[in-house]
Design a protein. Structure first.
Length: 377
């Protein structure tokens, strides 16, 4: 089933994904100068491999990240692996007793409660999603904490006391309630999906993972290609947690500095120029988003159309970031499908490049130095 979530560029988060059934502050890198093998420095840790399932319904593709334990409960949920948002967002159904979940909130009256090893706080909020200003879906929930296992037998990590958004209800613009787990998201960006009244927030689960001695906190995603997508989902160990000095200095990535925005964290949106269909380049902001598929969205203030227009097959598109990274593609009948929008009616200034971008390009986020790296295969 296709859901369109538009990114939190202005008032809310925008990211598009299809949920499919599949296989069930700056710190220096840590060093240790104490005694070790006669007083030497601890050896550099080995980066940790992780992955996701690549799923293709023949209409849409999606990356699904399994979560297999929350608190004391063994679970089996697949969350959309999303570079366009930050934080783990998951439905409480099947995780908490049904008696604790109501259509208006969780059924407890204290500041917090602990159920199945999950601490649920009374800090509430709402995350809004929509493809433009005319449509808005909303997810209602609470700040929660738990030990969470990410991944499955193919590769996994456990993060202790991870803050996440546990929701009890998701509705569309007309108030229709969506089925359980339709909005489950694994947002890996170092931005904040939501900030609560007590100033707590949720962000990338990877931000809470200690990669080990000598490694920089962050992750990289290999270029995905197209060979591993399947209907039932194929596990691909394409994610590496913990960045080496080679990754950051001599591996060919083009780096852009991310700036901190109060209440939003380090949003991975880059300033760029956009050119398409032979038109003169215009200034743009671009998000490289694994959670958007199958369409990309070009935002152009000079566009004259008053509704989204699907660019015809064969349209050439080029984006160049201010750091000098260039990405070009041509639209086709069944590939690189791209809409042209004017921010006046879309409500978003951000051009979104879909999962297609990751076919032939590698992606890196350095959480310590707040940099985004891109590299063409």
């Amino acid at each position: 089933m296709k859901k369109i979530y538009l990114l939190k560029c202005l008032p809310y988060f925008v990211f598009t994904f299809v949920l499919l059934a599949a296989v069930s502050c700056k710190k220096d890198p840590k060093t240790n100068t104490g005694n070790n093998n006669g007083g030497g420095v601890n050896p550099v840790a080995t980066p940790t491999k992780l992955g996701f399932y690549e799923v293709d319904s023949s209409i849409y593709k999606v990356l699904l990240e399994p979560v297999t334990k929350i608190g004391t409960q063994t679970v089996n949920y697949d969350l959309v692996f999303d570079t366009g948002s930050g934080g783990l967002v998951i439905d409480a159904n099947g995780i908490l007793p049904s008696s604790l979940i109501t259509s208006t909130g969780f059924n407890f009256t204290t500041d917090s409660t602990v159920v199945n090893g999950i601490t649920i706080t009374n800090q509430t909020n709402t995350i809004s999603y929509g493809d433009d200003n005319a449509t808005t879906d909303k997810v209602y929930g609470n700040l929660a904490y738990a030990n969470i296992t990410i991944g499955d037998a193919n590769g996994n990590i456990t993060i202790k006391r991870l803050p996440f958004f546990l929701y009890y209800k998701a509705v569309d613009g007309k108030g229709k309630v969506f089925p359980p787990h339709d909005f489950d998201v694994f947002g890996v960006a170092q931005e904040y999906d939501v900030v609560f009244a007590n100033s707590a927030y949720i962000t990338s689960p990877f931000n809470y993972f200690d990669p080990g001695t000598g490694l920089t906190k962050g992750f990289k995603i290999d270029a995905l290609g197209t060979a591993n997508y399947s209907l039932n989902g194929t596990w691909v160990s394409a994610v590496t947690l913990g960045l080496t000095s080679t990754d950051l200095n001599s591996s060919g990535y083009n780096f852009s500095q991310l700036n901190f925005t109060q209440g939003e964290g380090y949003v991975p949106i880059l300033p760029a120029t956009l050119a398409y269909a032979g038109r003169s380049p215009v200034t743009a902001e671009v998000l490289f988003d694994t959670g958007t598929e199958p369409y990309s969205y070009l935002e152009d203030k000079t566009a004259t159309n008053t509704t989204p227009v699907l660019l015809p097959a064969g349209t050439a598109v080029n984006l160049t970031t201010t750091s000098g990274y260039s990405y070009s593609f041509a639209t086709a009948t069944n590939n690189n499908l791209t809409y042209l929008e004017n921010p006046t009616y879309s409500g978003s200034l951000t051009t979104i490049l879909s999962l297609n971008f990751f076919t032939n390009n590698a992606y890196l986020l350095d959480f310590t130095n707040h940099k985004l790296g891109l590299k063409s295969n």
